[in-house]
Design a protein around this ligand. Structure first.
Ligand code: PHE
Length: 336
């Protein structure tokens, strides 16, 4: 085996010198260090070795791996340095025109920061999702109209553009189990006709808490606290029944209108309330499908419309300006 390792190092050192592009670097890395490499074949022998041999070969394998890795990096660095000699000239005047954060990014950060402060993990999930995570694992029936071409952008590769951030709940349950507190902000897509309040690309924040003895009063507490921080004022919330296949019972959470303080105005259509966030207790089927025992644990989840929240906070009347790339609009949000 020692002989084989020696040959391996020799040929890797020769080949490392031929690295000229990023692709060369990635190829050589996968050839010598990837799952199908000779080295990982040789490492498979470890499990049949005596403990003395293991003590000898274990550290040796690790050392070879590290050495090869730094060898490849070294040659790749040489290439990069040759390509772009970046010099720093401190006398060049600074360009004062800096960009600023997008209003939805600002709100997303505010919301996830508040949740992070009370112990939520901040996670991300893919925007290109499978039908399983977007629908099936969320208890959405096989023939539910939401799966239809009308609402969902299906991709040629059989995946879809996620229609909500709820699939991140499922991924989190599978990965971390219970108890768990998580949130995830991001883009979501639906095949909507555009008008002042509908976009095909919008943003949500998903939140989920699973533990023993969780009830809907926990949702109310968390949402009130979060909205107080985002709007810098106390807001009232109320729940109305709402249906989503992945929660039972399900609710629509309204908050008192932040514009008129609940007295009634144009924004809240004179009701004093604004529909903000669907939520509910996670359906036992959903817990079960992701390997959590619904007899032992319960949980709540919410899906807050970030785009709507940004519009409320910044009093934006037309949703279309948000994704328009219009700098005159975006430059007003002077947050970095
Ligand atoms: N995912 C739902 C939607 O976008 C919202 C939701 C999230 C409802 C979590 C209940 C619980 O329509």
């Amino acid at each position: 085996m020692k002989e084989e390792l020696k040959n391996l190092i020799e040929s890797a050192s020769l080949e490392a010198k031929t690295i000229e592009t990023e692709n060369d670097y990635l190829n050589i890395k996968s050839k010598y260090l990837g799952k199908k490499s000779k080295l990982s074949d040789l490492m498979k022998n470890l499990k049949d070795m005596t403990s003395d041999e293991k003590k000898q070969y274990g550290p040796l394998f690790n050392k070879i791996k590290k050495d090869l890795e730094s060898l490849f990096v070294k040659y790749y660095d040489n290439v990069l340095n040759k390509e772009e000699k970046i010099t720093f000239d401190p006398t060049i005047p600074v360009n004062e025109e800096k960009g600023s954060l997008h209003p939805v990014t600002i709100i997303a950060k505010e919301v996830t920061d508040v949740l992070k402060n009370i112990g939520f993990m901040v996670l991300e999930g893919p925007e290109m999702e499978s039908e399983y995570y977007n629908f099936t694992a969320l208890n959405v029936a096989e023939n539910h109209p939401a799966r239809d071409m009308q609402d969902t952008y299906w991709l040629d590769n059989g995946l879809l553009l996620r229609t909500h951030t709820s699939p991140v709940q499922v991924r989190a349950m599978e990965k971390y189990g219970a108890p768990i507190k998580m949130c995830a902000a991001g883009r979501t897509y639906r095949n909507e006709d555009l008008d002042a309040s509908h976009e095909n690309t919008f943003f949500q924040v998903e939140g989920m808490v699973i533990d023993k003895n969780i009830s809907i009063s926990n949702v109310i507490y968390v949402m009130k606290g979060m909205l107080r921080e985002v709007f810098n004022q106390d807001v009232e919330v109320r729940l109305r029944p709402g249906f989503f296949p992945f929660v039972e019972p399900g609710f629509e959470l309204d908050c008192s209108c932040t514009i008129c303080g609940g007295k009634g105005c144009q924004t809240c259509k004179n009701t004093g309330w604004i529909e903000l966030c669907p939520c509910g207790m996670i359906h036992p089927n959903v817990l079960q499908m992701s390997g959590i025992d619904p007899e032992e644990y319960s949980g709540f989840a919410f899906g807050l419309g970030l785009t709507r929240l940004a519009m409320m906070k910044y009093k934006i009347k037309d949703i279309r300006v948000l994704n328009s790339g219009n700098l005159r609009f975006l430059e007003q949000f002077n947050v970095r």
